[in-house]
Every structure is written in C-alpha cells, then in structure tokens.
Design a protein around this ligand. Sequence first.
Ligand SMILES: [Cu+2]
Length: 323
Amino acid sequence: MTTTQAPTQPTGARHGLRIFLIWIVLSLAADLLIWFVWKPHLPPGDMSDAARHQQFDIAVLAISGAPVIIFVLVYFIYSIVVFRARPGDDSDGEPIYGNTKVQVTWIVGTTVIVMWLFVFGTVELVVPAGAGAGEGPSPIWKLAGPHSATWTPNSNTMLEVQVIGQQWTFTYRYPQFGGMESSELMLPVNTPVTFHVTSLDVIHSFWAYQLGVKADANPQVDNVAYVTPKTLGSVTVRCNELCGIWHGAMYNFGHVVPQTAFQSWANGVQAKEQSDGVLAALPPYAYTYDPTVIPQLGANLPKIDGITGAAGYYYPPEDPVTP
Ligand SMILES: [Cu+2]
C-alpha cells in the first residue's frame, strides 16, 4: 500500500457514525416539517373523515420516504467530500470483499422499509371504510350507523344519496326524501353518508374532491362509497373517467351545510317536485336504472343543438331526419 492515502482517511467506524448523525438530524427535521408544516396543506384537505384519512396516509408515506432520500443524498455528498481522490493520489481504491456489518445493515434496513410499507398499506386499505374492504359494489364491512327510511337532524342516521352519472352531468337522488332528485349535491355536516353511485349510460367516475371520495359510476352497478363530512363548505364534483366529448365539462358543485339547513332544503325540494309533478315523472327509486326502458325513449323529445344531455343527444328520437 502506498503511504499517501492512509493518513487522509479516518477509520470506517467514524464515517458510519458521522453519516448516521448527519442523517438522523436532517431526517428528524424533515419529518417534523412534513408533519407540522406540509400535512395541513396536502390534498385533498380535511373536509371529511375520508379526506383526513388520505391526508394522513400521504403524510405518513412522506415521513417514511424522506429519511431514505436524505440518506442517499447524505451518503452521496459525504462521499464526494470525504472520499474523493486527493491531488497526487493515483492509486486504485482498495478491493472490498464481504463486509458483514454493511450487508446485515442493508438487509435489515430494506426489509424493515418494505415490511413497514406492506403492513401500513394493507391496514389502511382494510380499515373501515378503506377502499379495500369497505366500499365498492358489495362492501365487506359496512359503515356503522343506524339506517332508516327517513332522515332527521341530530339522529346520526345514515343519509343515503344516490349519484347518477350520465353524459354529461351528475344528478343526486335522496331516497329518504321521497326519491327527489337534485342537480346540486347537498350534504349535512357530521352525518354518515352512503353514496350509491351508478350511471345511465357509459362509465363515469364520481369524484367529490374535497370529500376525498372517488367512485366509478358504471351502468347497472350500485357502487357504494362512504363519507362523513366534517366541516362546512363547498365541494367540487368532477367526472374522472373519460366519458365522451363533453367529459371535461362534466362537473358541478356540492355544499356541506348544517344538519337543520339540510333538512329544510331537502324537504323544500321534495315538496316542490311533488307539487310540480317532477317526482311522479321520475322512475321509482332503484339502485340502478335501465335507460333503454325509459317510457319516453323514442318519443318526440325536445332536441337542442349542442349539449342537451342524455335525453336529447345521447338518446335521439328514432328517426331524427324525418319530422
Ligand atoms: Cu363522465
């Protein structure tokens, strides 16, 4: 061995300790920043229990990932600074064979990381009402809460809301309010809500962004999603499945309101639709609908140029050419 390289290199244990100390300090700082500064701004916000859960998941994964990235960077920069070839040092690096300490550290470290991600991911998928078990066409675990044919404020009764997608709009039916239908998604705060998502035509996707809810709307499928809105405010609902030429225009809005305000709104819409005949014209409430058996289909429907929605455009009269 040449005598030029040995004095400039401290012993291996010191390197490991130094890298560890730099890494632990930076990792702690990064994780504290992620949790206390970044997390409150993470999508999709904290408007519902589901949204908060997603925010928590993203923050935990960021906290798990930051130390790994920081280790790579610390080791990289440390190596460039400390292990670089000094001027005049033309020797090769020492050949290195088995180092039990490094190998064990590597295997234990990567195993812990992978097992942690596996366990955390599985638990978060499964816990009610995670996407892995509590939602979908036949949820394994249904969200707890008393069910009832009617809904009243402060009863903690589950509110049922049917989301109907069609080219190119969403409408909402409330079976506990006579099956009335609204183009606005109205929800009471602090109430467990069951969405029954379906479609009249192609595949859409109901994405109530601030609520952290996203569920495919398939024809002939009752896709269930749960949410409990936690704060008052507005919700943007977008279609999240390319569903035709006006897919990009398929959005509307929702509002989370106090429970009594919701009840008077719902009663008001129900009474209005009862008096003006809308309720009688709607098909009876069901989990799915077959638009090909809608009685009006093929009749002389009003057809407006441009977007007229399902009735006028997607299901045109049988012979639109001949008057
Ligand atoms: Cu759509």
